[in-house]
Design a protein around this ligand. Structure first.
Ligand SMILES: Cc1ncc(COP(=O)(O)O)c(C=O)c1O
Length: 375
């Protein structure tokens, strides 16, 4: 019998979350962001759930090839553009659209021999200061691209640094408008946080913020981009991944006994704990705290309890007090949905461990088998 750990990708949740993006931006087309192997879910596994998107955006050319291999004929966007000149051949062959964020990429395009002109997304650095042309260089880049026979259409994009936080996006939107407001072409500005928040509280009447393309990533997978300020339930998002295991051992601790490496947890009273087949070698965060009051949350037989003691490579330990009926083989949901329907969001576990849901979903390790819940 295989080790009882399984990650399940929920296609109905992906469809629901994609619909939520559409509801938030009804006039826009939706890029489903599937970079990092669909945020750790697996491109091939999520494809059926996300095929209702208008396009797939990612950054790895091998991943773009995988999306085409699935039979997808619609748009695919390379969010970081090409990394070297010969990547343009693949763009021509597979009809990939690509971001252009620096001058060398324009040089490469100018030297590229192709029968099919490319659609490009010219990226403005509106304050994130990672990729993109600064406002003063944006127009000349646009003019250079526009003069190339290799370019069929230029769209405009930028990326927000603070869509999920208190600083917000207004300063970047204003800069985008100043730098590019009068240029023709389709626009793509919003990630999940901007898509959700703009729908809930529009920044400015008439501003084409959610047009023409939105780029939701985390929300499609059921994560709240601004947890804990707003939760997945607040945004009406459903978990697209469940990481579940089972209790493979039970210990009855006497008061004063400790559990796990470093004896970091001491039972304050007699305590029944479950030993769960999941550890940091599965992608569960080692720094998740243990403790009766402050431990990272977990669902045992659909009931919320907490981990106690240190997370080790292959196991972690949980307090069974709130679930007296639980025992060997009981279902343990590390994040996602239990058989009973109870939900523990990945955001809560990430928050307890001092990280974000994005990181945890991307970090499930190859030894964890995956299944697909087709609904
Ligand atoms: C350019 C770009 N657009 C959109 C996204 C999606 O962001 P989120 O997952 O926060 O929706 C990302 C992710 O980092 C990105 O890099």
């Amino acid at each position: 019998m295989p080790r009882p750990i399984l990650a399940t990708v929920h296609l109905p949740a992906l469809r629901h979350n994609l619909d939520r993006a559409r509801q938030c931006a009804p006039d826009a087309r939706v890029w489903a962001i599937v970079k990092a192997n669909a945020y750790g879910h697996g491109i091939e596994r999520v494809f059926d759930g996300l095929r209702g998107a208008d396009g797939f955006a990612l950054l790895d050319l091998a991943e773009a090839e995988r999306v085409r291999a699935l039979g997808w004929r619609g748009p695919i966007l390379l969010l970081e553009g090409v990394f070297e000149p010969r990547d343009l051949e693949l763009c021509s062959r597979l009809g990939l659209w690509h971001a252009v964020h620096r001058n060398e990429q324009i040089d490469w395009l100018a030297a590229h021999k192709t029968h099919t002109p490319h659609r490009v997304f010219l990226k403005l650095n509106s304050g994130m200061n990672r990729l993109g042309f600064r406002p003063e260089a944006f127009r000349s880049a646009w003019a250079r691209l526009g003069a190339l026979p290799q370019v069929e259409e230029i769209s405009l994009m930028t990326h927000f640094s603070d869509a999920d936080g208190p600083r917000g996006i207004a300063h970047q939107v204003a800069l985008f408008q100043r730098a590019a407001g009068d240029l023709p072409g389709e626009r793509s500005l919003c990630n999940s946080a901007a898509t959700l928040r703009n729908a809930a509280d529009p920044l400015a009447e008439g501003l084409p913020l959610a047009a023409d393309w939105v780029r939701p990533g985390i929300m499609v997978y059921g994560g709240a981009p601004d947890h804990p300020q707003r939760t997945a339930a607040d945004w009406n998002l459903q978990p697209a991944m469940t990481l579940a295991s089972r209790v493979i051992g039970v210990q009855d601790l006497a008061e004063g006994e400790t559990v796990g490496y470093g004896s970091t947890f001491t039972a304050p009273r007699t305590l029944r704990i479950g030993v769960v087949a999941c550890g940091y070698a599965d992608g569960y965060p080692r720094h998740a705290p243990g403790g009766l009051e402050t431990g990272a949350p977990v669902l045992v037989d659909g009931v919320r309890t907490r981990i106690v003691g240190r997370v080790s490579m292959d196991m972690l330990t949980v307090d069974l007090t709130p679930v007296p009926q639980a025992g060997l083989n009981s279902e343990v949901v590390l994040w996602g949905r239990s058989a009973s329907g109870a939900v523990l969001t990945i955001d809560e576990v990430a928050h307890a461990a001092g990280t974000i849901g994005y990181e945890l979903m991307c970090a499930v390790t190859p030894r964890v088998p995956f299944g697909v819940d087709a609904g």
